[in-house]
Every structure is written in structure tokens, then in C-alpha cells.
Design a binder for this molecule. Structure first.
Ligand SMILES: C[S@@+](CC[C@H](N)C(=O)[O-])C[C@H]1O[C@@H](n2cnc3c(N)ncnc32)[C@H](O)[C@@H]1O
Length: 245
């Protein structure tokens, strides 16, 4: 999508990210992530406004972040404890936080915000390089449901009420595995468009990206409650391990 760079998500969404982007799984995510995050050094790629990083820090986790958007980091900084979390500004596919980490994670489908296979492969390599020997890299990402598309196009009402309408429109390119989304919101205050280009990867492709980065699949679940990953799972949580010293 022309004009959309790593900083664009934050420019468009930082103002109301916390209000509009609640996946409803934050507590369960923090529970599972804390199993890996304690007691070592932890890094969240695309830390955003600290949705999970702040509760992890409150649990005693030593957490840092990488984030492309200064606007998202500014929102993190406004929150209690948000000023204490070190954040490196830049593209998670290339920028490095200082030192080695025992645990790195990238959740809420954000691997797909990197809109080419090449960038996703670089992101895995970058995470692998920042991991200490024996460290783990966890990702959470959706498993595409291509049945929602007709002729590679989809239009879905997301919310209808007396004075509000939200619609998600999407176009799928099966060759590049890209989905260009446009979220349309109509309220009495006006009409707003929020574009989001994504590039999905099947779980087996992410395994290969991990393998290229020297990481091996250790666990895969179909939810934050560690339910088994199955053919009908709509998301996966995968943990990759770097060999020990
Ligand atoms: C869906 S939000 C997730 C934020 C946070 N991890 C959470 O779970 O709430 C996606 C985040 O990725 C950031 N982002 C997008 N592309 C990025 C990139 N190439 N490098 C670093 N951050 C990026 C956005 O600015 C945004 O903060």
C-alpha cells in the first residue's frame, strides 16, 4: 500500500489504540508470557502503548521494547511505569536493542505488519541475533481464513448501532500473501478511514523463517490458554528456541 511505512500504524492509531484495539486476551497473554519472561531479560518487538509490557513489568519482569512509532511510545510514556521501560525506536526487522535477551516476543499479529516475506525473514534473523544462547522467541499470529473472501475481496460490517457503523473492507493477493485492509467508521462526528496492509504467513512458513534464523519450534498452541493447535485453530502461539551455549 503506497505511502504506508513502519511509522504509519502509530500515526493513524496511537490516539485511540487502547480504546479500539483490545483483543480481550491481555490477562491470559500476560500469564503465559510471564512464564517465559521471568527471571531473565525480556524484549518485546513492537511494544506499542505497553498493553502487555506494563503488566509484565508490574509482575517484576525486566522488559524493554523496540517500536517504530514515536506516537505509540509517547502513549506508553504517559502511563504509570511507562517512563521506566527502555524503548529503542526503529524497525524491528533491522534495529537492535543493546545486549542479549533471554526472551523475545512479537504478538497481536504484528509479524504481519512487515509486508514482505523478505522483511519477515529479516525480523526472525534479527530476533535470533538478539537472543542469548538457549533463549526463546514467541510469536502470536492469526491463521488466515480465506473463506471470508469472494474473488479475493471481502466486506464485513463490524459494528452497527443507532449512531455508529464500522465496516472492514479487504483485498487479498494470494501471490504475495498480502491483505490490504481498510477500516471505515461512520459516526455523527464524521467518517474515518484507517488503512492497514498486512502480509500473512502460514505457520509452517514461520517455522522455516525460524529455521533460517537458527531457531527450532518448541511449542505451538491454538490460544493463550495453551489449548492444542488444531486444523480449525484461527491463531497460533509459537515458541522457537535458540540452541544453548
Ligand atoms: C497491533 S499493534 C501491537 C502493539 C503491542 N505489541 C500490543 O500487543 O498491544 C502493532 C504495533 O507494531 C508497531 N510496528 C509496526 N511496524 C513496525 C516495525 N516495522 N517495527 C517496529 N514496530 C512496528 C506499530 O507502531 C504498533 O505499535
Amino acid at each position: 500500500m503506497k505511502g504506508y511505512g513502519p511509522e504509519t500504524f502509530g500515526e493513524l492509531n496511537a490516539g485511540d489504540y487502547d480504546r479500539l484495539h483490545d483483543p480481550g486476551t491481555t490477562d491470559a497473554a500476560v500469564d503465559l508470557l510471564s512464564e517465559f519472561a521471568l527471571p531473565g531479560r525480556t524484549l518485546e518487538l513492537a511494544i506499542g502503548t505497553g498493553r502487555v509490557a506494563l503488566p509484565l513489568a508490574r509482575c517484576g519482569c525486566r522488559i524493554e521494547g523496540i517500536e517504530a512509532s514515536a506516537e505509540m511510545v509517547a502513549k506508553l510514556r504517559e502511563k504509570p511505569g511507562g517512563a521506566d521501560i527502555p524503548v529503542t525506536l526503529g524497525d524491528m526487522a533491522s534495529v537492535k536493542a543493546e545486549g542479549a535477551f533471554d526472551f523475545i516476543f512479537l504478538i497481536f499479529n504484528t509479524l504481519y505488519n512487515l509486508t514482505s516475506q523478505e522483511a519477515q525473514v529479516r525480523c526472525f534473523a534479527n530476533a535470533g541475533e538478539m537472543l542469548a544462547p538457549g533463549g526463546a522467541f514467541l510469536i502470536e499470529a492469526f491463521v488466515p481464513d480465506l473463506s471470508q473472501f469472494h474473488n479475493h475481496r471481502s466486506m464485513q460490517p463490524r459494528h452497527i448501532s443507532f449512531d455508529r457503523l464500522a465496516i472492514e473492507a479487504a483485498i487479498h493477493d494470494p501471490v504475495t500473501q498480502r491483505i490490504d485492509y481498510q477500516y471505515l467508521r461512520f459516526t455523527p462526528d464524521g467518517f474515518r478511514m484507517t488503512p492497514l496492509p498486512m502480509r500473512y504467513a502460514w505457520p509452517q512458513e514461520t517455522d522455516l523463517m525460524a529455521q533460517l534464523a537458527g531457531l527450532t519450534l518448541e511449542s505451538r498452541w491454538g490460544g493463550w490458554d495453551k489449548r492444542a493447535f488444531a486444523a480449525d485453530s484461527r491463531m497460533h502461539i509459537s515458541v522457537y528456541r535458540k540452541p544453548g551455549a
